[in-house]
Ligand binder design. Structure first.
Ligand SMILES: Nc1nc2c(ncn2[C@@H]2O[C@H](COP(=O)(O)OP(=O)(O)OP(=O)(O)O)[C@@H](O)[C@H]2O)c(=O)[nH]1
Ligand SMILES: [Mg+2]
Length: 431
């Protein structure tokens, strides 16, 4: 009986001991998981296959473990002293790397990005800026001018300034650049808008859209902030850039003597520009001295200038020379059109206005097509033709989306008129 009791006591002690051990194990504090530094260099470098890619250069050898026996337990160390270079995980940490990469070598042009936007466009333009910065400007740090018919609010300025790697400038457009000129007949303009609304013409009933088109046609390049620059690159909200941009497009323009450039071209909606060509012909008659000797009339007209074929460069993307837009030929052209009133009596867009000007006032060789700049603005894509180009530029566009050689694009015509050779593979991208 005594032996039996002792056995029970032993069982109780073992049970209490087991519970105590379980309690201590389950309540003990974990050590924080240390983040290994300098691990996995080789495994993250998946960019195999291209010998000239700097990321494929051999990595610095990792410090050898003390013995092969404890290789599994000794963490690999990077060259350098961890104490001197503490791992920076947040912007508040000392050593936080602001720049990430070095600036691109070479000169900078006197150039700026320019965006016309409303305060409500802030998140859509934020997307565009991020694309431009990631693909290009983080290494070039060009300025960015923002223009608005109303004052920009603090949120717009804060968000965009945080995203742009160059300086940002914010301008409010003067009223005379964003209103009806006094010679416009308001009743006539109103009737046009009502009629276009009934016919469901896109933006046909919008007053602000017309102010926007007139402003982009005749005034953005002479805003006080823009007077500081020679070249501009227009960026709209919600665009995409699909490839790295390895060279400076502003330099291409400057060193190649280019005045205007494009990535997409197409036919304009004829109902919105019914009398634009009549006004253009009037201008050509009044100012023959402004027409360039080797102009690109063949891009604009199939009958030697009698009628307009509606081809235009899509102006939501443009890299151009501001001094050309500020020149007498261009200003005379804009003022002649503006007097005729088609910005309000029809719905002339800045794209056909810029394009007709480029086609008539410039020599063909002044207009540049940037095949390398892959671009999307709803609903069209320019994806560079040629697999070699797309791989070299690390593009993520689908080549079958490329609009360049489809039936509704005018880019093939541009190549024919200017005598340029189309990029290899263009035929397989037709409709
Ligand atoms: N400040 C200001 N900017 C405007 C106004 N209307 C348009 N914009 C800007 O002008 C540019 C062209 O306008 P969008 O509305 O994009 O015109 P769109 O490209 O023809 O048409 P979407 O297909 O809608 O993009 C954009 O950068 C707009 O942010 C306006 O009333 N005020
Ligand atoms: Mg747009």
């Amino acid at each position: 009986m005594v032996a039996g009791n002792a056995r029970y006591v032993r069982y109780i002690i073992i049970a209490v001991f087991t519970l105590a051990v379980f309690y201590f194990v389950s309540n003990s504090k974990y050590d924080a998981v240390t983040i290994p530094t300098g691990l996995d260099h080789a495994s993250t470098n998946t960019n195999a296959g291209k010998s000239d890619d700097p990321r494929n250069e051999p990595q610095q050898p990792l410090e050898k473990p003390e013995s092969s026996d404890n290789a599994a337990t000794v963490p690999k160390k990077q060259n350098g002293n961890n104490a001197q270079s503490p791992l920076a995980m947040t912007p508040e940490d000392p050593n936080w790397d602001v720049e990430l990469v070095s600036p691109a070598p070479g000169p900078r042009m006197n150039a700026t990005f320019v965006t016309l936007a409303r305060n409500s466009d802030v998140w859509d333009i934020a997307r565009s800026i991020r694309q431009v910065e990631d693909r290009f400007n983080r290494r070039y740090n060009y300025d960015w001018v923002f223009l608005n018919d109303k004052p920009f609010d603090e949120t717009f300025k804060k968000v965009t300034t945080s995203l742009v790697s160059g300086k940002t400038h914010y301008g409010e457009i003067a009223e005379e650049h964003w209103s009806f000129p006094q010679w416009i007949d308001q009743d006539k303009a109103k009737k046009v808008r009502e009629d276009m609304a009934e016919r469901k013409i896109i933006y046909g009933d919008s007053v602000s859209y017309r102010h926007m088109c007139r402003f982009e046609s005749g005034f953005f390049f002479r805003q006080p902030l823009m007077m500081n620059y020679d070249y501009y690159w227009r960026v709209e909200p919600s665009i995409e850039l699909y490839c790295d941009i390895h060279y400076d497009p502003f330099r291409v323009m400057h060193e190649g003597g280019k005045k205007y450039s494009f990535v997409l071209s197409l036919y304009e909606y004829a109902e919105t520009i019914k009398t634009l060509w009549d006004s253009t012909k009037k201008f050509m008659k009044n100012h023959p001295e402004h027409l360039a000797a080797d102009n690109a009339m063949g891009f604009l007209s199939d009958d030697g200038g009698e009628t307009y074929n509606n081809c235009h460069f899509w102006s939501n993307f443009e890299v151009g020379n501001l001094n050309w837009l500020r020149s007498k030929p261009y200003i005379d052209f804009f003022e002649s059109l503006d007097r005729d009133g088609g910005f309000f009596y029809e719905r002339w867009g800045d794209a056909p206005v810029h394009s007709i000007a480029a086609g008539l006032l410039l020599n063909k060789s002044d207009i540049h097509f940037f095949n390398d700049i892959a671009y999307w603005h709803v609903p069209f894509t320019h994806c560079p033709t040629g697999e070699k180009t797309r791989l070299a530029l690390r593009c993520h566009c689908n080549p079958s989306d490329n609009f360049d050689w489809k039936g509704y694009s005018c880019t093939s015509r541009f190549f024919d008129v200017t005598g340029k050779t189309k990029p290899k593979g263009w035929e397989s991208e037709k409709d």
